[in-house]
Design a binder for this molecule. Structure first.
Ligand code: NAD
Length: 298
């Protein structure tokens, strides 16, 4: 039961995700404003379209994988994507965008007679290529059930998090934990260094004690204790610092508009913004340990 899927935004993530849908037996019509991305997708079996609206017109499902909410809303509302689609088309937005924008996208899609699901991902480019992404979905149970087989073709796990925007909310809340905990682990290593504690000794204690967390035991920010962590390869990503800065920026927007006293979340957003626009521009987010060390008196 192959479907006709319009896939819009064939970049680092969207390209391999569209290829996974082709491999699962769907007919995938693709569009990207960058010709090179469209050509690469065509080589993977995606049928290139002349515009986003042109592929939406023929589709059962429209998947978007775009840089930000601004792009999603412009396509939905101003560039005719919703008008071009047949009534009842399922719109799945996999981009990471503001919770507020995700809710506006749902409203626009349903007002135009369509169905909508926000379904941002974690797992990065590696997960997109291996079809092992995790999807966090927001929308009605019916929409989630309709989308599930497609999400399963692109990923390993899908969690229905609640109504419109709940997928984006889960994504930014999780990444706010991750950003804060990476800074916490990094500060502890730098403090340990200045107190004469070896990385291994702190690791051996914290990894089996109450300081245990993913930022320590999987993505350890210092080289040595976890040989597979980016710290052992000059902080090559991994999860690039600018993407962490983006996600924390979305979390900070939500924190402010909800009036939540998330002081560490807001501070983590500032620290990652500064790191990502300097030395961290092409580093894994765990490289922030080096900027903490540099700014510390020793
Ligand atoms: P990317 O910049 O590589 O891809 C985005 C694509 O959208 C580009 O190819 C761009 O040309 C295209 N695009 C922009 N406007 C368009 C329009 N109007 N019509 C058609 N195409 C248009 O970015 P990416 O790394 O693939 O990320 C996509 C989304 O996934 C982002 O929201 C990002 O935050 C999220 N994300 C990325 C990763 C990652 O590791 N790269 C991980 C999780 C989530």
């Amino acid at each position: 039961n192959g479907k006709v899927i319009a896939f819009i935004g064939l970049g680092h993530m969207g390209g391999p995700m569209a290829a996974s849908l082709v491999r699962a037996g769907h007919r995938v019509l693709g569009y990207d404003v960058v010709t090179r991305s469209l050509d690469a997708a065509a080589a993977a079996g995606v049928t290139p379209a002349a515009s986003a609206a042109a592929c939406a017109a023929e589709a059962d499902v429209v998947v978007t994988m775009l840089p930000s909410g601004r792009h999603v809303l412009a396509l939905y509302r101003e560039e005719g994507l919703l008008d071009a689609a047949r009534p009842g088309t399922l719109f799945i937005d996999c981009s990471t965008i503001d919770v507020a924008d995700a809710r506006l996208a749902h409203e626009a899609a349903t007002a135009a007679g369509h169905r909508a699901l926000d379904a941002p991902v974690s797992g990065g480019v590696v997960g997109a290529e291996a079809a092992t992404l995790t999807f966090m979905a927001g929308g009605s149970p019916d929409e989630f059930t309709a989308a599930e087989p497609l999400l399963a073709a692109m990923g390993r796990k899908s969690v229905h998090c609640g109504g419109p925007g709940a997928g984006q909310a889960a994504k930014i809340c999780n990444n706010m934990i991750l950003g804060i905990s990476m800074i916490a682990v990094s500060e502890a290593f730098v403090l340990g260094e200045s107190l004469g504690l070896t990385h291994q000794a702190l690791y051996d204690v914290a990894s089996t004690a109450s300081g245990q967390c993913w930022a320590l035991t999987v993505n350890c920010p210092v080289p040595g204790p976890v040989p597979t962590s980016p710290a052992n390869r000059d902080y090559r990503p991994g999860f690039a610092a600018p993407l962490m800065a983006k996600d924390l920026g979305l979390a900070a927007n939500a924190v402010r508009s909800a009036g939540v006293r998330a002081e560490l979340g807001l501070r983590a957003a500032e620290l990652y913004q500064a790191f990502a626009s300097g030395d961290g521009a092409d580093q894994d987010f765990s490289g922030i340990v080096e900027s903490i060390r540099e700014r510390s008196a020793n």
